[in-house]
Unconditional design. Structure first.
Length: 408
């Protein structure tokens, strides 16, 4: 992104593919960071990221509230999903601001659909928010379009259903004409990956793995079956089961198709867990809440006001606290990478200033940090220095490995 804002014009930078995604807003976030503040720190990007997380938290809480949960339960569950410890990459890595804002726009669109009968104003709001979701992050928008689209089909009638069409056309055209990187795998491997991802994403809600996910799936299935058999499911909870379920299936299929070929666990790539956990929770939470209230009333004939909400709050708070451990584990790894990049760039700047031991200038196409940051070239560091966007400390040691990569 730093290289893009240095070399690409406004339209080219906004609509260039980023790993197959349309990330129009991301270009402006980094353009402002680089041209107004430089790259010695990324405070502006950090502020935008925190704001994106707040907006996502509010969007999820609003949709959960409209779906039938209490205000307290909606706020706490939305917080758990936003700051899901086992998927901490999404609230630690600032580049994730775009997926967060795209998801927030999509959840807001779905909340508008559930809020009442269609009007021109509501239909325009849904259409605008979904187009915004696509423009901010076309990958995340696959889930938001699926969720809002199904909700619109079930909750609205007439021409208002077409509110989803503009965003759908844009995302189909984007993925139809822009190639996206795919880590190839057989269909059996993709199916296995999808099942693992689903169980791990469910288990992430309680900071666990696939076994925890299986237990939570069984518990949710029992609660939903109880609510269904008792005839307690209202229209909103039924719509969310269908809409959130559709979004979950789309996300699972997309990630499994494109990423099943990646070796490793769901720690380094833990962002995928939240991608699945959010639509899945949005699908099942309203029905589980209805069943949970029934269980409380059956076990406690005259419960005090707010007993069910209080129990739910304890569950959400406990799940959040459990997530602090996996969050800390990932954070240590993430910070170590960032420190390595920062120190490596400082060494690279000094090699550029002093020259190679041979007296020759460093190779512009060389990669000072190797596999830690393969996108970073010596030429980019030099350009940042020449244009005054990078001002590292002048004195200090030079990492021999960095110098060797730049001067070989």
């Amino acid at each position: 992104m730093v290289g893009r804002v240095l070399h690409a014009g406004m339209w080219e930078g906004m609509f260039a593919s980023f790993n197959g995604h349309l990330w129009a807003l991301q270009y402006w976030i980094y353009r402002i960071q680089v041209h107004q503040f430089g790259v010695d720190d990324h405070r502006f990007v950090g502020v935008v990221f925190v704001a994106a997380l707040v907006v996502l938290h509010l969007g999820l809480a609003t949709l959960l509230r409209v779906s039938g949960l209490s205000a307290i339960s909606s706020t706490l569950l939305a917080g758990l999903l936003t700051y899901l410890g086992a998927s901490s990459q999404n609230f630690v890595f600032a580049v994730q601001a775009s997926p967060a804002l795209s998801l927030a726009a999509g959840t807001a669109a779905t909340a508008i659909v559930l809020a009442g009968r269609p009007t021109r104003r509501r239909a325009a709001g849904v259409a605008g928010l979904l187009v915004l979701s696509v423009a901010i992050d076309s990958g995340t928008a696959l889930a938001t379009i699926a969720m809002s689209g199904v909700a619109t089909m079930l909750a609205w009638r007439g021409p208002a259903r077409l509110a989803v069409l503009p965003a759908l056309v844009i995302v189909v055209l984007w993925f139809g004409f822009v190639p996206a990187p795919v880590f190839h795998a057989g269909w059996d491997a993709r199916a296995h990956f999808a099942v693992r991802l689903l169980l791990h994403a469910t288990g992430a809600l309680a900071a666990g793995g696939s076994r925890t996910g299986l237990v939570l799936w069984l518990l949710a299935a029992i609660l939903v079956a109880m609510a269904f058999r008792g005839g307690h499911l209202d229209a909103r909870s039924r719509i969310m089961i269908a809409a959130g379920g559709a979004a979950t299936c789309v996300v699972l299929a997309a990630i499994a198709y494109a990423r099943a070929g990646i070796e490793g666990d769901f720690v380094t790539h833990n962002r995928y867990l939240q991608n699945v956990a959010i639509p899945l929770t949005l699908a099942l939470a309203p029905a589980c809440a209805i069943a949970g209230r029934g269980v409380v009333r059956a076990a406690w004939p005259s419960p005090p006001a707010g007993a069910a909400t209080g129990l739910a709050a304890l569950v959400f708070a406990g799940a959040f606290l459990l997530g602090l451990t996996p969050k800390d584990i990932y954070l240590r790894e993430f910070v170590s990478y960032n420190v390595g990049v920062r120190d490596g760039v400082t060494s690279a700047a000094r090699v550029i200033r002093d020259g190679c031991p041979s007296g020759q200038p460093p190779v512009a196409a060389s990669q000072p940090l190797g596999s830690i940051s393969p996108q970073l070239t010596t030429g980019l560091v030099r350009e940042l220095l020449d244009r005054g966007f990078l001002s590292p400390p002048a004195a200090g040691p030079i990492d021999p490995a960095v110098a060797a990569r730049m001067c070989s």
